[in-house]
Design a protein around this ligand. Structure first.
Ligand SMILES: NC(=O)c1ccc[n+]([C@@H]2O[C@H](COP(=O)([O-])OP(=O)(O)OC[C@H]3O[C@@H](n4cnc5c(N)ncnc54)[C@H](OP(=O)(O)O)[C@@H]3O)[C@@H](O)[C@H]2O)c1
Length: 168
């Protein structure tokens, strides 16, 4: 069945139903991604954030929170000192050039970086086999609908069971 709304109208509608912006909470995508990473069994879960959000992020499943104001060089040094195993998955929930560069540098050869904005790293074949993907959080495109149907059922249960908290 064709969707009755044009892409522009859907975008407008989403803008209207998005809750008022909260400046005192971690980024929306990070808030959810950390909980999904925990549910999926990832460990450790290392994130950057403003430190006033540290205890909230730890309660959601992050195991380590680094100040987002650290330079990329300092952040990379701190993470490398912390983890002794290769970092094979990074989800960049902010995805500005600087965060993508830090993530790409930290990623182990063959690892996967997922970004939520246009990729600004990778591309050239540097021989590292690092993979960079951009994800779009929408179940409207036809190829995503079957996954969306399954995800909606799972997410409803996780919300009822308190396994996923929402940021409002
Ligand atoms: N691909 C998709 O489907 C999709 C969907 C929605 C949004 N997006 C994109 O995803 C990005 C995030 O969106 P959002 O709605 O989750 O964000 P948001 O709720 O707007 O959060 C922005 C906040 O992120 C914090 N921040 C900035 N740099 C950071 C860093 N290096 N580490 C940790 N926190 C940092 C800042 O908060 P503090 O000052 O308090 O630290 C900033 O106010 C945006 O670029 C947006 O365009 C993509």
């Amino acid at each position: 069945v064709a969707h009755p709304l044009s892409a522009n109208k859907v975008r407008l509608l989403r803008t209207y139903i998005t809750p008022a912006y909260r400046y005192d909470l971690p980024p929306f995508l990070m808030f959810t991604a950390i909980q999904l990473a925990k549910l999926s069994g990832f460990s450790p879960i290392i994130t950057t954030a403003s430190l006033h959000n540290e205890s909230l992020l730890l309660s959601l499943g992050a195991t380590h929170v680094f100040d987002r104001r650290l330079s990329n060089a300092a952040l990379i040094k701190r993470v490398r000192a912390l983890v002794t195993v290769p970092v094979t998955y990074i989800f960049d929930a902010v995805a500005v050039k600087e965060t993508q560069q830090a993530a790409y540098a930290l990623l182990a050869p063959g690892g996967t970086l997922v970004v939520v904005e246009k990729p600004q790293v990778g591309g050239d074949d540097d021989g590292s086999q690092k993979k960079v993907f951009m994800v779009i959080g929408s179940f409207h495109p036809l190829p995503n609908r079957a996954l969306g149907a399954k995800f909606a059922i799972a997410m409803t249960a996780w919300l009822e069971e308190g396994k996923i908290k929402v940021r409002v």
